[in-house]
Each structure stands twice: as structure tokens, then as C-alpha cells.
Design a protein around this ligand. Structure first.
Ligand code: GLC
Length: 463
């Protein structure tokens, strides 16, 4: 959502409504390693190993440059929004190859783009009859509503897959443009006109989703806009309930069994395939695979007022490493301008990630969270078969890095950026004492690699 005070307030309210903040109420003392806590379904293997993806918020709101909630936060009428925001939206300079190349160079392995956000505007040439503007005559989608002719989603999918990047789509369940719904500022964001309108909308939504499956065969479907309360039977404010979320998930999987779906078919109920905290890093691994989505500057959709408020590469990199060390994926967002161009602030951060990933990617891809129950003072830990990675945020002043011991035999220790040079170490008091150079090899996150036999573990033998 955008960073406006109104939308922030309402989101907090939404999280409370949906029991959202309980999301992190997991025991923090016991910290099972991922392998003990859950097994990753085989369809999710690639996703779990990927660890790093790009989120793209792009829609007709991008033209206005006031975030993707603009229709809501700006109090727009549907008509005015359609004519003043959606109609002039023209992504003439959108370049799928440039975007896919940015993601690739940053080290990202998958991408999720908004096919339809809360504003209701479809970024593909949807033929589903009820998604029109208020005249009822013009379909409310990129092709019919603008002069833009290319199939933007197809172009992006092609350019991603050419580069080995998996392609995913975001879809908002609530829809502020659809005739069945009106913006609701008091309760749950959108109010249904009637229960029969609800039934018709859900059917139409599935028709749109069928189009997306047929035309773009996404690897991930990423839902949102599911906040309303969860009574036993639907009401006009609380019109999307647990059974709808479950039904939607089953419906999708029956069509595409290997599709990966986030939990927001109806969040915090254990539905979908992975949990998705937002702009938050849980204090410990969660109870199932998870991904946190993060903005670079507090805005999802392009927001010109946030253009001078980008977080630092260091801050984001450390957050990324922290997420992976707690066994999560990191979905880093960009919000292109209405013409499709990517902001300089986004490009700068992506290239910062790319520079780091090109040297240190081995400490990210295919890793699980740390095998230790507590986190070291100097930084974070990731692991995979044969390797334990110490991600050092605070380089030791005394030239000795103390890495807690795993049970595995140690073969060798080295800086990940200088693999040919072994670092001397001794074992004392349950830790490896590694002699490191006086200066950190990377200003933000340096990585010391411990080569071990087998998969790093702290578990007692046979336990
Ligand atoms: C929030 C916002 C939405 C954004 C999403 C990303 O749910 O409502 O605008 O797309 O976060 O997770």
C-alpha cells in the first residue's frame, strides 16, 4: 500500500481484523531448524531454493504517482478515476527485456507483477464481461482502455523465462472498480452490493483467473485484498471468508497442480502454500515456508513523494540476509513510473544487490536458515550441504571471528570472496576462532565460509 497516513491506519486495522499481527506470535525460544520444523513440498523446491524475487507494482495508478491505493486514499469517484487516472495511463516506454535484465542482474530468480490491483484495472486484455468502466461499455483493461497494444504480461513472461526467471502474477480479490463493490472507509475496505452480486463477482473473478492461467501459465499466484472479517457465512462487509479462500485454492490447484499460491487467499488461516509477512522480518523462522515482501521506499506503486526516501543498499541487504538466515524468501518491490520506466532509486538498489550477489550468491541460493538457535552478535548464518556461511555485519575489531560450532567435521575456512586462501582457525569453547583480515572485505555484509562434511547441524548424533 502507499505510505499515506490514512492507508497506514487502515491497514493496521485490517491486520487486526484478520488477526494479522498474531502472525508472528510464534514461540521464539525454541528454534527448530527448517528441516525439523517442516518439509518443503516438491512443487516448491525451486521457489525455496530461489530465495530472492522481484515484486512489481504496475497499474493505472502508476500514472498518477500517488501509490496503488490512490483511488481509495484520494477519495476518487469511480468515473473520475477512470477518466483522469486510468484513461491517460500509457506505459509506452515499458520494456520487458530491461526489467527482466534488471531482475537477472540483481540476482533474482523469480518475479511477481500485479495483473490486477485493488483499483480493478486489468493489465491484460481481459474478455470477462463484467469488468468494465462505469459506462458498462468499455472493458477496464490495458488494451481496451489505453492506446497500448503489446501484451505486456506475455512480453515480460517471455523475457523472464529467457533468463531463467520464473514468472508470477499478483491478483487482488477486492476490486474497487467492479460494479459489485464500493470503497468502504469505515469497515473492511470494500462493501458488496448484495449476496447475489458477490456470487456473480466470484464467478467473474475465476473467469479472469482462468484467463491468466491459460494465457500466462504463472509459476506463482500471489493474492491480496482478502482482509475482511471471517464470519461463518458471508455478509456485505465481510464478504470473503475462509471457505472462499479454501475453495479458490482448491480450484487453482485442480487446474494447475504445481502452482504456488500465497496464503492470502484468506490470510493467517494456514491456507495457501506459504506465509507472507509484509515489510516485516519475523524474529525467528515460521512454521511453514515463507516470503516477506518489502518496499525500497515505503511505496509499492510509484509514489513521486517517496522518490527521495529510498532505504540504503546496506539496510536492505542486511534485511535480505536476515530473512534468508531465518529460512525465508525475499520479494523486493519496484514501482515503475506510469510510462513504464524504472526509477533511478530502484535501479541503484538493484545494482547494489547485483554487485553483492555476483560474489556472495552461493551463500544465498539453495540455503536453509541458520542451524543455530540463537543468532551471533556479529551477524547472521545460512547453511547448505557442505557449507556454513557466516554473514558478518560487524567485522571483529580483534581480528578473530567466533563462529559457533556445528557437529560436522570442518574441512576448511575461507572468505567467500577469496576461496583460494584458507583462513587459520582454532576450536575453543564451542566456537571456531577464525583469524580474519583486519578490514572487512565488504562494507555491508562480508561472508566467511566454513566448509564442512555433510549438512551443517547442531543436533546430537542420531537425534
Ligand atoms: C498491501 C497493500 C497492497 C500491496 C501489498 C503488497 O496489502 O494493500 O497495496 O500490494 O501490501 O504486499
Amino acid at each position: 500500500m502507499s505510505s499515506s497516513p490514512l492507508s497506514r491506519r487502515t491497514l493496521v486495522k485490517a491486520a487486526t481484523l484478520a488477526g494479522g499481527t498474531a502472525a508472528f506470535g510464534l514461540p521464539q525460544i525454541v528454534r527448530p531448524t527448517p528441516a525439523e520444523a517442516y518439509s518443503v513440498p516438491s512443487k516448491m523446491r525451486w521457489w525455496y531454493q530461489a530465495r530472492f524475487g522481484m515484486f512489481i507494482h504496475f497499474g493505472s495508478y502508476s500514472h498518477l504517482g500517488n501509490g496503488e491505493w490512490a483511488i481509495y486514499t484520494g477519495g476518487w469517484s469511480k468515473d473520475d478515476y477512470q477518466t483522469q487516472v486510468s484513461a491517460p495511463f500509457d506505459p509506452a516506454r515499458f520494456d520487458a527485456a530491461t526489467l527482466a535484465e534488471l531482475a537477472l542482474a540483481a540476482g533474482m530468480k523469480y518475479l511477481v507483477i500485479t495483473a490486477k490491483h485493488h483499483e480493478g484495472y486489468a493489465m491484460w486484455d481481459s474478455d470477462v464481461a463484467s469488468f468494465t468502466d462505469t459506462t458498462g461499455a468499455t472493458p477496464y483493461n490495458l488494451r481496451d482502455y489505453s492506446g497500448y497494444r503489446p501484451d505486456l504480461l506475455a512480453d515480460l513472461k517471455r523475457e523472464c523465462e529467457r533468463r531463467g526467471i520464473a514468472f508470477g502474477l499478483y491478483y487482488s480479490i477486492l476490486d474497487w472498480n467492479h460494479s459489485s463493490q464500493t470503497v468502504d472507509y469505515d469497515a473492511t475496505f470494500s462493501t458488496m452490493a448484495s449476496l447475489s452480486a458477490r456470487t456473480a463477482y466470484i464467478a467473474a473473478m475465476k473467469e479472469q483467473l482462468q484467463e491468466l492461467l491459460d494465457r500466462y501459465d504463472p509459476a506463482v499466484m500471489w493474492f491480496d485484498g482478502d482482509w475482511c472479517g471471517n464470519p461463518a457465512t458471508p455478509a456485505l462487509d465481510d464478504w470473503w471468508i475462509e471457505s472462499d479462500g479454501q475453495d479458490l485454492y482448491d480450484w487453482l490447484i485442480s487446474r494447475k497442480p504445481d502452482l504456488i499460491v500465497n496464503e492470502r487467499v484468506k490470510r493467517d488461516l494456514g491456507l495457501g502454500d506459504f506465509r507472507c509477512p509484509e515489510e516485516k522480518v519475523p524474529p525467528a523462522p515460521l512454521d511453514r515456508p515463507w516470503e516477506t515482501c518489502v518496499t525500497m521506499n515505503g511505496a509499492w506503486g510509484y509514489d513521486r513523494s517517496r522518490e527521495n526516501s529510498y532505504r540504503s543498499v546496506r539496510d536492505l541487504l542486511r534485511e535480505f540476509v536476515t530473512v534468508v538466515s531465518r529460512d525465508g524468501n525475499y520479494l523486493l518491490n519496484i514501482g515503475p513510473r506510469g510510462d513504464g520506466t524504472v526509477t533511478a532509486g530502484s535501479v541503484n538498489i538493484l545494482s547494489g544487490f547485483g554487485a553483492w550477489m555476483s560474489t556472495y550468491g552461493d551463500s544465498i541460493y539453495g540455503t536453509t536458515g541458520s542451524p543455530f538457535t540463537t543468532e551471533p552478535e556479529w551477524g547472521k548464518v545460512t547453511a547448505k550441504r557442505g557449507k556454513l556461511f557466516a554473514h558478518v555485519f560487524t567485522w571483529p575489531a580483534d581480528g578473530v571471528l567466533r563462529i559457533p560450532r556445528v557437529r560436522n567435521a570442518v574441512r576448511r575456512v575461507h572468505l567467500l570472496n577469496a576461496p583460494a586462501t584458507p583462513l587459520p582457525y582454532t576450536v575453543r569453547g564451542g566456537a571456531l576462532h577464525v583469524t580474519v583480515p583486519a578490514t572487512a572485505p565488504h562494507a555491508d555484509v562480508s561472508v566467511v565460509c566454513v566448509d564442512v562434511l555433510g549438512t551443517p547441524t547442531t543436533a546430537p548424533a542420531g537425534g
